[in-house]
Ligand binder design. Structure first.
Ligand SMILES: NC(=O)c1ccc[n+]([C@@H]2O[C@H](COP(=O)([O-])OP(=O)(O)OC[C@H]3O[C@@H](n4cnc5c(N)ncnc54)[C@H](OP(=O)(O)O)[C@@H]3O)[C@@H](O)[C@H]2O)c1
Length: 338
């Protein structure tokens, strides 16, 4: 593949910066690079690969001549501008929630369903799941293939970075305020030294929008629209790193030794074996793997397994998923030019 024209929309954000880092370290064949931001950051500069790049504002004509556009600026920006990128002839890879449940747009986790990218793609947009759905897809797909899934219960422990750089800053500020005795300035539902069981709006019935979205995304990734999956999502006072406790009931018996073996071979999984301690959020931060540990039998139900998962939401759960999709699209293009 020759060098191509690439844009990153939202280069000042957590996912956008990580995408830029991955383009360099994975030697993505970038010829021309455009950085596109909001009116707030347009005109500012970002160092990338020894070159200073100026952030341009989104607007008419910015996608002309580009091959691939990574959107890392939220659902509103993706909904408004991804169709323009596609009309200009680019493939658009969106990290936001905007297209994740759109039946015309493939929702891709490369380790699980990269096959959706072969051939032509409706509208030329590809959606990336939320970080937790990436982890659930990577971990559950090999277990589903081996023994079928009857029911999954997931309790998630999500660090501040999953909510973007402002949440990261807020956790730092609130932590400093509490440690320096200015605790009255911190809200009881703040992030510091607190677990907040509310990510996204609480809907009638009591689930949050994020929890229901995670269920629907995971069902799409696993191509199992009836998957019985219950999610409770909790924001925890951790800067980087998401984790989850999973309780899995399989259709057919699956010994925990066999589950270990399946997960050891599963693409994208780094298994911490039964004799080691479970992977922590900090161990996962900055890494490319979905870490799995504490794999054990759950004797409370027939065919029950319990396990622990940790990943870097920004990197593995966001930017890396997007860049790997870009790499697959390049290979597809090389295989069928024109
Ligand atoms: N954080 C994660 O772990 C994670 C994981 C997977 C997916 N995602 C998704 O990835 C997207 C980005 O998340 P993030 O964590 O990187 O957020 P973030 O740190 O808050 O960054 C948001 C980026 O979007 C840009 N932006 C906002 N409004 C814009 C506008 N109107 N026009 C152009 N640019 C605009 C911001 O630019 P300014 O600097 O100009 O404001 C900033 O660069 C979100 O949709 C998120 O759901 C995040």
């Amino acid at each position: 593949v020759g060098e191509i024209g690439v844009a990153v929309v939202g280069p000042s954000g957590l996912v956008g910066r990580e995408i830029l880092d991955l383009l360099l370290t994975r030697r993505f064949p970038v010829g021309r690079l455009s950085l596109l931001g909001s009116a707030r950051t347009a005109g500012g500069t970002i160092e990338h690969g020894g070159t200073t790049h100026r952030i341009a504002p989104l607007g008419p004509g910015v996608f002309d001549g580009l091959d691939l556009v990574f959107f890392a600026a939220g659902p509103g920006v993706a909904g408004e501008h991804a169709p323009h990128a596609v009309r200009a002839g680019a493939a658009a890879i969106d990290t936001s929630s905007r297209y994740r449940l759109d039946p015309d747009v493939p929702l891709v986790v490369p380790e699980v369903n990269a096959g959706l990218l072969s051939g032509r793609r409706a509208r030329g947009i590809v959606a990336c799941p939320s970080a937790m759905a990436v982890a659930l897809g990577v971990v559950l797909a090999p277990l589903a293939a081996a023994a079928g899934l009857r029911r999954v219960v997931a309790s998630t422990y999500q660090g501040a970075a999953g909510a973007g750089r402002h949440a990261l800053q807020r956790l730092g500020q609130e932590t400093a305020a509490l440690l320096s005795g200015r605790g009255s300035e911190v809200r009881s539902r703040g992030l510091a030294f607190n677990c907040v069981p509310e990510i996204g709006a609480v809907l009638p019935g009591g689930a949050t929008a994020h929890e229901l979205q995670t269920v629907e995304e995971t069902r799409r990734i696993l191509a199992d629209p009836a998957l019985a999956l219950s999610v409770t999502a909790v924001r925890v006072p951790v800067f980087y790193g998401h984790a989850a406790s999973l309780h899995v009931e399989t259709e057919r018996p699956l010994a925990s030794e066999d589950a270990h073996e399946i997960l050891r071979r599963a693409p994208g999984v780094l298994l911490h074996d039964a004799t080691s301690q479970g992977p922590t959020s900090l161990e996962a931060a900055g890494t490319d793997a979905t870490h799995v540990g504490r794999v054990r039998r759950d004797p409370a139900v027939d065919h029950g397994l319990a396990l622990w998962v940790a990943l870097d939401a920004v990197r593995k759960g966001g930017a890396l998923n997007a860049v790997e999709i870009g790499e697959i699209l390049l290979r597809e293009r090389a295989a069928s030019p024109g």
